[in-house]
Design a protein around this ligand. Structure first.
Ligand code: PLP
Length: 391
């Protein structure tokens, strides 16, 4: 399975030409739910696909290598991966999470807290005082999401991991927005990396999946065992498609982030837009940190339309290329309205506290031609001008 070298080589070539049976260049898919024993009490490495499957193991191995981990578990969704990592804490422990995390993560944390599984403190992790007082409460786990969804806030993984370790807690980083092509949290001190592989890793919006990568063998073993107990492991077919996507991860994300950078500059210079949130802009409050911590600024951005909900409606209904849809990280450009879509489950009060306003839009920038994307946005903004002038 091992192909040495650069992460680009790992992404493109891990597992290629490793089939000893027929010499298939592309690793085969094993859809079988069960595997024949070679004799009494003798299996050939695989017994049952909930527990382990060759193709899913190859994806886990590839993701673990890309993240610099000791092992990974591939799950049926990103939420299953978040939940799997939450299984490391015992009852009555405290989890510290970002107050502006992905809405589904927020909902899961609240649901488990309300069932008495653990306590949660949602904090602004870029505020040193807020973070210090949360860490003083002896948490077991600190969850980080950087850049955050949808406001693209960047926090210092190395600094937070150091402070967290000092209080004896573990650190998990949701790396969905950048993928290991642009950020590798384990090298910065994280114990776990979480992915919704639905996004950049698969990259084609045709699989829902997830992964939890662990820095140590012990944690990887622990998560594998729990994933087998709860049955949250991903399907062989999804693993096959996701691995197919991973092989083009680097060129996709590089091209997509070039488009995103052009769009961010375009929006920043437009009167209908009151704020652009993209770490690649020198005006972003954490631009320097993002430059230092990341290998690129990524292809996600969000911005506030000055005209509020009316402007949002006119904007999203004018598009020809951008599709109004949830999710992100695919080859196609998507626009989402967090307040009514991805972050609706958070509730208005929590959204307000996190700074997610009703005029905020999030873009997942795809692989289309830059000029076409800019023309589409221009057309949306012209519709906003018409709507707000007549209102
Ligand atoms: N983490 C982040 C940052 C996400 O954006 C998402 C989904 O949008 C998830 C986790 C959950 O992933 P999934 O939808 O694959 O369950």
């Amino acid at each position: 399975m091992t192909k040495p070298g650069d992460p680009r080589t790992i992404a493109a070539a891990n597992g290629i030409a490793s089939d000893d049976t027929f010499g298939a260049v592309t690793p085969p898919i094993y859809l079988s739910s069960t595997f024949a024993f070679s004799g009494f009490e003798k299996h050939r490495g695989y017994e049952y696909s909930r527990t382990a499957n060759p193709g899913r193991d190859l994806l886990a191995d590839t993701l673990s290598k890309l993240e610099g981990g000791a092992g990974a578990v591939v799950t049926s969704s990103g939420m299953a991966a978040v939940d799997l990592v939450l299984s490391v804490v015992s009852k009555d422990s405290l989890i510290v999470a970002p107050y502006d995390c992905y809405g589904g993560t927020y909902r899961l944390l609240c649901a488990r807290r309300d069932r008495g599984h653990f306590d949660v403190a949602f904090v602004d992790q870029s505020d040193p005082d807020a973070l210090a007082s949360a860490l003083a409460r002896n948490p077991s786990l600190v969850l980080i999401e950087t850049p955050s969804n949808p406001l693209m806030r960047v926090v210092d993984i190395r600094a937070i991991a150091g402070q967290t370790r000092a209080v004896g807690a573990k650190v998990a980083v949701d790396n969905t927005f950048l993928s290991p092509a642009l950020q590798r949290p384990i090298g910065l001190g994280a114990d776990f990396v979480i992915h919704s592989t639905t996004k950049y890793l698969n990259g084609h919006s045709d699989v829902v999946g997830g992964a939890a990568v662990c820095a140590t063998d012990d944690d990887a073993e622990r998560l594998r065992a729990w994933a087998n107990i709860t049955g949250v492991t991903g399907s062989p077919f999804d693993a096959y498609l996701t691995l197919r996507g991973v092989r083009t991860l680097f060129p996709r994300i590089e091209r997509q982030q070039a488009n995103a950078a052009a769009i961010a500059s375009f929006l920043e210079n437009n009167d209908a837009v009151s704020a652009v949130h993209y770490p690649g802009l020198p005006s972003h409050p954490s631009h320097a940190l993002a430059r230092d911590q990341q290998d690129g600024f990524g292809a996600m951005l969000s911005f506030d339309l000055a005209g509020g909900v009316e402007a949002v409606r006119a904007f999203v209904e004018a598009f020809e290329i951008f599709t109004l849809a949830e999710s992100l990280g695919g080859v196609e450009s998507l626009v989402a309205h967090p307040a009514t879509m991805t972050h609706a489950g958070m509730g208005a009060e929590a959204r307000l506290a996190a700074g997610i306003g009703d005029g905020l839009l999030r873009l997942s920038v795809g692989l289309e031609a830059e000029a076409d994307l800019l023309a589409d946005l221009e057309q949306g903004l012209a519709a906003v001008r018409r709507a707000t002038q007549t209102a």
